[in-house]
Design a protein around this ligand. Structure first.
Ligand SMILES: [Zn+2]
Length: 183
């Protein structure tokens, strides 16, 4: 390395996963905390989004206790503490830990205004998901593990062989540059 370019590390919160918008992992490092993954109910669609991201290389790390305490103290001063979940606090604390390494630059991906507000106060960079110009969303389908067929319809039981089907990500689809907003 002959220049001082820092490695950008995206820290994603629950809202980033719930948005269902694919996060491009190909050229970036993406990380979240165990508390975020614990907020998602196993078996649900959002948990499957998390599993999909983990298969693509999402890291899960816990923040240091020092950073958690620092974030709590600061968010108490800014009046955001009541609006932050433990998972939200962990996300901010993990970003602080990453920024302590001067070769790394944390960027929190979140649509949560309290997280953005505290991030601003402690000099953590953030980007909102809805303003990131993401123009693709996941295509969900149901797959039968018994006979291997895919169904577009939301069939819980395979009509061919009678096995229970599973939600799978088939791919991504364009949602248009205008940004159709489903919220
Ligand atoms: Zn089947």
């Amino acid at each position: 390395m002959n220049h001082k370019k820092k490695t950008r590390i995206f820290v994603i919160d629950t809202s980033a996963i719930l948005s269902g918008k694919p996060i491009n992992l190909d050229n970036s490092i993406i990380i979240t905390t165990p508390s975020v993954s614990n907020e998602l109910k196993p078996g649900g669609k959002d948990y499957q989004t998390l599993q999909f991201l983990m298969e693509k290389g999402l890291y899960i790390n816990s923040p240091s206790k020092d950073s958690v305490d620092k974030i709590k103290t600061i968010s108490n001063k800014t009046g955001d503490l009541d609006r932050l979940s433990d998972a939200d606090i962990d996300i901010l604390a993990l970003a602080l830990d990453i920024n302590a390494d001067d070769k790394k630059d944390a960027v929190v991906l979140t649509d949560d205004y309290s997280i953005q507000n505290v991030a601003n106060v402690v000099n953590i960079k953030f980007e909102s998901i809805s303003q990131r110009g993401i123009t693709k969303s996941f295509i969900w389908s149901r797959r039968c593990p018994g006979c291997g067929r895919n169904f577009k319809e939301n069939l819980k039981i395979c009509p061919i062989c009678g096995s229970a089907t599973k939600n799978i990500v088939l791919g991504k689809k364009n949602i248009g540059k205008g940004g159709r907003d489903d919220r």
